[in-house]
Design a protein around this ligand. Sequence first.
Ligand code: CA2
Length: 147
Amino acid sequence: MNNLRILVINGPNINMLGIREKDIYGKTDYSDLVAFIEAQAAKMGIKADCFQSNHEGDLVDAIQKAFGKYDGIVINPAAYTHTSIAILDALKAVDLPAVEVHLSDISQREDFRQISYAGRACEKTYMGLGFEGYKKALEYLKEGLSK
Ligand code: CA2
């Protein structure tokens, strides 16, 4: 498939990257993440748009609007990963191939991070790889959508 369009969604507090908790999430900031994703996507011939919000309903709206406009979704729902059935339902509703990404390895963190609702609607999850996880997610979608 030519000109793949991927929407990359980041949830609450991802805009705080590089400002606090650098030991967990790294020193680079959200604008660095966007630049990284855009550069990787360009190398792969993908058109990637990045969206970040701290609000659950805005994330649901972004997923709904992706229907008919994008070929796939990369999503780091951040804390909503562990709480939001609304985001899970939205991902199921649009039925686009989706990949879950987490900067940190949530499997090695607190009990409350051990459940991922959004992950149930995703084909694949990359965690603990920092920015690299977004690259792998784009590669995974490109591979699947090129078949
Ligand atoms: O590891 C991830 O990518 C997370 O999705 C990040 C979320 C966390 O709630 C998830 O359990 C795992 C938190 C994002 C908060 O990012 C910050 C960055 C800098 C300073 C404070 C928060």
